[in-house]
Design a protein around this ligand. Structure first.
Ligand code: MRU
Length: 342
């Protein structure tokens, strides 16, 4: 899978792997304006925090390159309006906000007329895509050092190529360790209700011939207690000084890992870290009740049942043995210094 790109710029359009169809069908879809990109993010055609960030950056690149603005002020106003739409697509992944702000800063600092700024915006989005792949390769190298030959690693949701531009975050150390000749097995959780683990992680790992066993989410405690898991590695949608916001179920995995003395790691690029000083709350996305009440379009629960469907949860950082980043493996109490030198 690491030869594939989940999001890319192709002939003035944004091309993405349609993740709503995997594993039944593998197809690309192309988008020609930022509103379509915002919808693709909302509908989870593209998902996974780093992939969402780069998709939004490319959405702004579409807005810039198709603009008829005659002044730079006009172009920047249009980009800010597009940014507002893209920001509302999904609320938790920090990479989305980070990417949009970076593109807007680039446009504001850009030199020349509207078409020059548009070209600079497109280049910045392309650079961000390359940086994501480079960061993931580094995460792979640093993370592989933590893995021993014969390890079985439990992971949650999908954190592979499909969740990034390519290669992945939590799957990167596994991929790199396997390339180094280590025998690594993976236990993937199903990840109710959208089943990213069942549908996407198993798809990626089978394609790469990395041994994977699928379990239901509720089996995590049992497999850990039984001694079947040596390490747990998950990704993240947003990391603050106190919490890791990641796919719902992550907190229970971290607690089960602690109870069973299993090292629990979080793998993420620095674009996922929201270490603003004044920051207190993480906006946890709540998705439609239909994701829980229906499977394959068929209702599986009594009509009228009340549903609460948070897409993410919050794991306290002290449950994390280390954050595997492109700058090295960083401890929770050294995040600011380890990542941003501050
Ligand atoms: O709702 P999703 O599928 O976008 O959630 C994805 C996750 O929770 C991933 O663990 C996270 O984005 C890290 S992916 C590299």
């Amino acid at each position: 899978m690491s030869e594939l790109r989940t999001v890319e710029w192709a002939n003035g359009r944004v091309r993405m792997i349609d993740q709503t169809r995997i594993p039944y069908k593998f197809r690309y879809v192309a988008f020609k304006d930022y509103k379509q990109v915002a919808k693709a993010i909302r509908d989870m055609v593209v998902r996974g925090a780093p992939a969402i960030g780069v998709a939004a950056a490319m959405g702004l690149a579409l807005a810039a390159s198709s603009s008829h603005a005659t002044t730079r002020e006009q172009l920047i106003k249009e980009l800010e309006a597009a940014a507002d739409v893209l920001r509302r697509s999904r609320p938790t992944a920090w990479n989305l906000f980070w990417a949009i702000d970076r593109i807007l800063r680039k446009a504001q600092a850009g030199g020349g007329g509207p078409s020059d700024i548009a070209a600079q915006v497109v280049n910045e989005a392309l650079r961000m895509a390359e940086e994501d792949v480079e960061a993931n390769r580094k995460i792979g190298e640093y993370g592989a050092e933590l893995l021993e030959d014969g390890d079985c690693v439990l992971t949650h949701c999908n954190t592979g190529t499909l969740a990034t531009v390519s290669y992945g975050t939590a799957l990167a150390p596994i991929r790199t360790a396997v390339t180094q000749g280590k025998k690594i097995r993976v236990i993937a959780t199903e990840t109710r209700p959208r089943l990213q683990g069942a549908k996407l992680t198993t798809y990626e790992l089978l394609r790469d011939r990395i041994p994977v066993t699928l379990i239901v989410d509720g089996a995590v405690g049992y497999v850990m207690r039984k001694g079947l898991v040596k390490k747990a590695i998950v990704g993240a949608d947003r990391i603050t000084a106190r919490f890791v916001a990641n796919k719902v179920g992550t907190y229970l995995i971290a607690l089960a890992a602690q109870a069973n003395q299993i090292p629990f790691y979080v793998a993420a690029p620095s674009s996922t870290f929201d270490l603003r000083q004044d920051h207190t709350e993480v906006n946890i996305e709540e998705r439609s009740s239909q994701e829980v009440t229906h499977i394959g379009g068929k209702r599986i629960v009594p009509k009228g049942v009340k549903v609460f469907n948070p897409a993410f949860d919050l794991t306290p950082v002290d449950l994390v043995r280390g954050f595997i980043t492109e700058k090295g493996v960083v401890a929770a109490d050294r995040l600011r210094a380890g990542l941003f030198g501050a």
